[in-house]
Write a protein that binds this ligand. Sequence first.
Ligand SMILES: Nc1ncnc2c1ncn2[C@@H]1O[C@H](COP(=O)(O)OP(=O)(O)OP(=O)(O)O)[C@@H](O)[C@H]1O
Ligand SMILES: [Mg+2]
Length: 257
Amino acid sequence: MTTTLAIANQKGGVAKTTSVASLGAALAELGHRVLLVDLDPQACLTFSLGIDPEDLELSVHHVLTKRTDPAEVILHTEDGVDLLPATIELARAEADLLTRTGREHVLSAVLEDVDDYDWVLLDCPPSLGVLTVAALTAADGVLVPLQCETLSHRGVGQLLDTVHDVRRFTNKDLEVWGVLPTLYDGRTTHARTVLETISETYGLDVIEPPIPKTIKFAEAPAAGRSILATSRSSKGAQAYREVAVHLAERAARSRRP
Ligand SMILES: Nc1ncnc2c1ncn2[C@@H]1O[C@H](COP(=O)(O)OP(=O)(O)OP(=O)(O)O)[C@@H](O)[C@H]1O
Ligand SMILES: [Mg+2]
């Protein structure tokens, strides 16, 4: 059985892509088979895994809008995970899909034919547009990376409204797995307070441990590998490994009848 998680927050720069790459690598280290899907036309995930989007002829755009077989597009990466890559062409998919009936279901339909994985992690773009809604429609759960700063909760309500609509209209089984604190500065009590406020206001679980802010993360994408490979024993890598273990435990619980 596959567990599909959307990593979503319409706020930019909250470590969605970093979390997808790092959790993917951490789950692969645990022996799980992992597919990452880049749903952002900026293609940062694709780039950060060492693939130059400009070199690609086929991408997730073709799979979503031209019915290309995902098996023709999926790449193996050095991080031990597979990737359905994006290119800037994906920017057109949003417009192409807008007029299509059933557009919310395009990704779930594609993923139904891809069944060799324990995990599919969906890297959402920083918007609540067609691609994010398609990701939420295809997902079993959603993980919300959040930077613990005063204004960071302003978008959470909107995201949860979208989740609510998705549950109502396109995917009644979607579950919010929780908030993942990222870019966390443990030296301040402020971060902890913001986190508590958000979890109380919205009734969300907080996934532990928080991912510490460290310069190592800025260096990893240039190396084309996740921080788990470039900085194996750093606190950030270790935190993502612990989060991956918690995700695996939760998936095992929900797989049991
Ligand atoms: N724990 C961390 N410590 C320090 N820097 C980090 C950390 N996590 C991510 N970053 C850096 O923060 C920036 C934004 O991260 P990332 O691209 O993962 O966010 P995103 O939410 O996917 O952004 P976008 O909304 O543009 O897709 C990147 O430069 C990344 O290297
Ligand atoms: Mg991103």
